[in-house]
Design a protein around this ligand. Structure first.
Ligand SMILES: [Zn+2]
Length: 72
């Protein structure tokens, strides 16, 4: 198990997913698809950088949403 990488989130999640389920569903669908596709390619020996970039974009998208909630 890993701890969710979103700030202040202490939820544990399985190693094979990027973040806890509630946060994953806050990632815009287009980015979620990119993460999944890049993950599949990486598992077949493809480009790691593409996966890390997609993962970073997913985290950033959620962090921005969380900040907007705090600002309300
Ligand atoms: Zn989380």
């Amino acid at each position: 198990m890993k701890t969710c990488r979103i700030s202040k989130c202490k939820t544990k999640h399985p190693d094979n997913v990027l973040m806890c389920r509630p946060h994953w569903y806050k990632v815009p669908v287009a980015i979620r698809r990119r993460v999944r596709d890049a993950c599949k390619k990486m598992n077949r020996g493809g480009d790691r950088a593409a996966y890390y970039q997609a993962a970073a974009d997913a985290v950033q998208a959620v962090e921005e949403k969380e900040l907007q909630l705090l600002a309300r």
